[in-house]
Design a protein around this ligand. Structure first.
Ligand SMILES: Cc1cc2nc3c(=O)[nH]c(=O)nc-3n(C[C@H](O)[C@H](O)[C@H](O)COP(=O)(O)OP(=O)(O)OC[C@H]3O[C@@H](n4cnc5c(N)ncnc54)[C@H](O)[C@@H]3O)c2cc1C
Ligand code: SF4
Length: 617
């Protein structure tokens, strides 16, 4: 810290949705706020540059538009490599994957964070999602109820300008404030959604109706805002919206820059604590240059309050890297819960060829889902799930149209391939009937699913990389198997042909003792019984990284209280989806925003009236 560096009211780590929202809200209230963001400063050209990279990328993955790019090593850029392609490659993967299954969700280190490549689905959790233990005997209850969070859900939907329908959501059991309506009407349902809805008739699965609902989503429908146009329906929402019809956190960062200080290329490495009071006193950070040839500078900053908002895995990295005498397990970790209970919504794809054309590749990537199977008595024995109806045909599931084009033009049996109009017509006939379902399955919190620090691998700045131990657990596997059965029932009811590729052997080979397994494709698998024997289905990460610094009612079993304030250090907040005690059955970011707004309201009142206290453990 330079001798002129002031003492800030609040230092915030991370400029994604959580950090940028805190910075904007607290600095607008007149507090002295500094936000430290690991990535380079945003420029007006970023979106076009990212788009260009996406167009040029051979593999169109969720991370392909974003740095670091293929051929650039993490150390060249001084930032972690976190490309989907690298997940199965121990040499290049940023996460040290110890198995037994790969953790294949990614996050971004760019200004604005991971909402650059989020899908924008903005569901609320169900009231029952907050009470999994008391209702169904699994996991834990949240230290906060749906009704306490409801007013903050309304504010979050206003913030994201969510398009949705209260009537549809009420049918799922959600309660809304009287007279409430979403900021804008629903995004139009695709022709595919409408066809599936009609063909399902009164299909039931595990005692529940199988029904299609339009998704609440942070995407402009009919009502563009000043800064964002309406959706043009070209289906590239993941990994990037070319026109920002899909909301992302760069908007918050822009707002925050008016009233807060923001320092870019500033990677926070550790916090310091005063053992006499347990208060956090300062944060160390490294300022790096764009090129690895440039020098790095070590710096430190002091504040009354610190907020970690670097996302579920990076928050843990900072807390564990801050171990000190008397705090050997890292900071905020007297419960030993920091880094544990890592969860995701493991995602299973099933895909089919419809009888009649359904015309995919129009509309946002997803415009509807089958939501009626999120909750029911079955959650006593298996995870609930929600189902996306993908508008991108088999692009994700089977790399279409490339796969079909090659098969038709150069048949594997050596026969003469199609060409010209014949090829176009054959491709058209296939493409207009391809569709897929994606099942996001609830996972139970397991203590052995864990983020720690690698003892011997380091990122480009010399910091230990996160080491991940991850498995699905029986509750989730039973949910994935039910999801697969549900896909088969849906396809049968529709008269569609199931084309899902099943593997005859597991795609993960166990490693030597103490060594990571080999992930052939970078995704995990679960077994499924088919008429001709056991088969294996892949599951993917859905990007919902949850549970690693859980909130709770007791300091013995959780990292923070229900305002995301660390039990051990009362001037430290650890904010993010890592705070969720269970993952529930909704995509997590709307709930994260609601929790952040609630905490920031409390903190603002406190900082404006009384000095911030230190506390004993
Ligand atoms: C493919 C994909 C699709 C998704 N779709 C949805 C969806 O449809 N709906 C939904 O609800 N959620 C979705 N998510 C999840 C959503 O993106 C995240 O929940 C959300 O972005 C988390 O916000 P955050 O601010 O906590 O973290 P981030 O957005 O990751 O921001 C963290 C910030 O901290 C910075 N940072 C990291 N380390 C440091 C450090 N040491 N020092 C300083 N700064 C640091 C990063 O650069 C980044 O800017 C999706 C995720 C993925 C990957
Ligand atoms: S469909 Fe296109 S315009 Fe609409 S949100 Fe997705 S990427 Fe943006």
């Amino acid at each position: 810290m330079s001798s002129t560096e002031p003492m800030y009211d609040v230092v915030i780590v991370g400029g994604g949705v959580a950090g940028a929202l805190c910075a904007r809200e607290l600095s607008r209230a007149g507090l002295g706020v500094l936000l430290l963001e690991a990535a380079a400063p945003p420029t007006a050209q970023d979106r076009n540059a990212y788009l260009q990279k996406f167009y040029e990328a051979e593999a169109k993955t969720t991370t392909s538009p974003y740095p670091p790019y293929p051929g650039e090593s993490p150390s060249d850029l001084n930032v972690p490599s976190f490309r989907d392609e690298d997940i199965g490659d121990p040499e290049n993967s940023y996460l040290e994957q110890m198995g037994p299954q790969p953790f294949s969700s990614s996050y971004l280190r760019i200004a604005g964070g991971t909402t650059w490549h989020w899908l924008g689905v903005a569901y609320r959790l169900l009231p029952s999602d907050f009470r999994l233990a008391s209702l169904y005997g699994h996991g834990v209850d949240w230290p906060i109820s749906y009704d306490e969070l409801e007013p903050f859900y309304c504010r979050s939907e206003e913030e994201l300008h969510v398009a949705g329908s209260v009537g549809a959501q009420e049918q799922l059991g959600l309660r809304f404030s009287p007279g409430y309506s979403y900021p804008q009407g629903i995004v139009a349902q695709s022709w595919l959604d409408q066809q599936i809805s009609t063909l399902l008739g009164d299909l039931h699965f595990d005692g529940r109706p199988v029904q299609v609902y339009s998704l609440p989503q942070a995407r402009n429908s009919t009502n563009p805002t000043q800064r964002r146009p309406s959706c043009q329906g070209n289906t590239s929402c993941i990994p990037i919206c070319p026109i920002q019809a899909k909301w992302d956190a760069t908007l918050l960062l822009e707002d925050a820059a008016n009233t807060a200080q923001i320092r870019y290329r500033s990677v926070v490495t550790r916090l310091h604590v005063d053992p006499a009071t347990n208060a956090i006193t300062s944060a160390d950070y490294i300022v790096y240059q764009q090129s690895s040839a440039g020098p790095t500078v070590q710096a430190s900053v002091k504040a009354k309050v610190f907020i970690l908002a670097a996302h579920a895995i990076e928050n843990v990295k900072i807390l564990l890297n801050s171990a000190a005498p008397g705090y050997e397990r890292g900071l905020a970790n007297s419960s030993d819960a920091v880094g544990r209970y890592l969860m995701d919504h493991p995602l299973q794809l099933s895909w089919a060829m419809s009888r009649d054309p359904v015309y995919p590749l129009r509309g946002p990537r997803v415009s509807s889902g089958i939501e009626s199977l999120r909750d029911g008595p079955f959650r006593a024995s298996r995870g609930g799930f929600r189902m996306d109806i993908g508008n991108e045909g088999w692009n994700w599931a089977n790399n279409e149209p490339n796969t079909s084009a090659i098969q038709l033009a150069q048949p594997a049996d050596g026969s003469t391939g199609l060409f010209g109009a014949e090829l176009r017509n054959a491709l058209h006939d296939r493409m207009v009937r391809q569709f897929r379902l994606g099942f996001l399955v609830e996972q139970e919190p397991l203590p052995q699913n864990r983020v720690t620090l690698s003892p011997d691998r380091h990122d480009g700045l010399g910091l230990p990389v996160p080491r991940i131990e991850y498995e699905l657990g029986d509750y989730c596997i039973a949910g994935l198997q039910a999801a697969r059965r549900c896909a088969q029932a849906v396809f049968q009811q529709m008269g569609a042909t199931d084309c899902t590729a099943l593997l005859s052997s597991p795609p993960v080979q166990p490693g030597e003792p103490g060594k990571p397994p080999t992930f052939t494709y970078g995704f995990g698998y679960f077994p499924i019984e088919e008429p001709d024997g056991t088969r294996y289905l892949p599951f993917y990460g859905s990007g919902h990284i949850v549970g690693t610094h859980r909130m709770g009612a007791s300091a013995n079993s959780s990292v923070t209280d229900n305002s995301m304030r660390a039990w051990d250090h009362r001037n430290l907040f650890v904010m993010g989806t890592g705070s969720f005690p269970t993952i529930g059955t909704a995509n997590p970011t709307l709930t994260l925003i609601a929790l952040v707004l609630r905490s920031v309201d409390m903190l603002r009142r406190e900082l404006q009236t009384v000095p911030v206290i230190a506390a004993t453990r």
